[in-house]
Ligand binder design. Sequence first.
Ligand code: ATP
Ligand code: MG
Length: 264
Amino acid sequence: MAEASGILGVRNLQVGYADHTVIRDVSFEVRPREIFVIMGPSGCGKTTLLKAVVGLVPVRGGTVTYRGRSLASPGALHDFRKRIGMVFQQGALLNSVSLEENVALPLREHTRLPEWMIRQVVRIRLAQVGLLDAGHLKPMELSGGMRKRAGIARALALEPELLFFDEPTGGLDPVTADGIDNLILSLRESMPVTIVAVTHELASIFKVADRVMMLRDGGIAVLGTPAEVRASRDEEVLRFIERRAQRIEGAADEFLSRGEGGEA
Ligand SMILES: Nc1ncnc2c1ncn2[C@@H]1O[C@H](COP(=O)(O)OP(=O)(O)OP(=O)(O)O)[C@@H](O)[C@H]1O
Ligand SMILES: [Mg+2]
């Protein structure tokens, strides 16, 4: 069966809100251990697609399969949720408790590990994202980059087989964003994890992606390796890529032209 090659299969998915159809017909397969990136302009439905795949937004049609089993079958979604980690666009950390407690949350909810073991796992996860010394801080006390890392530590808590990221580098400066990209790559190197990431940061896409899918009008504009996407003859795909590249170069030029004598 063709499906067997994919860890996650999405077939003819349709998703919408009230009378607004956001995803009309999307099919793709995510292969084990790959980094699969979903891109597209703001509002095209990237977050909606991600949330539908993990069952946080109801689907109107089509199927999602995990290791060949439909998530619509009894108990499947519940099992699936225990095997995945999700890093939300807005972070979704609990502001009233420390980072350590945020990371411990899924462990308390889904396991019966004794307290001392939970503490050990939390330390490992914080170490993995470079926040071992920040465990006692609350989310409000962290920088944007640290908050992203904290969200990743929490998503890693249950040692997921599949990690979903929604804009892992959104709103970060280029250097901090690059650090998150490196972290994503190092996670894939150090554990048997498959990653699905939504982003519209071009630098991230071409640095981390094994394959890229661009959404358009509720469907797929292009799906392939970064090289294949770059070689696309679809005007809109090229414009999306070029305009972003120009914006990055433009910003760099502007920065450099301010020169040493600039007011900084
Ligand atoms: N809970 C909701 N109820 C109604 N409409 C929604 C809801 N969430 C999203 N939408 C609409 O669905 C469309 C897709 O939104 P979505 O957040 O999935 O886009 P996105 O590609 O993730 O955008 P961004 O890049 O800005 O994060 C938008 O038109 C949005 O207004
Ligand atoms: Mg979004």
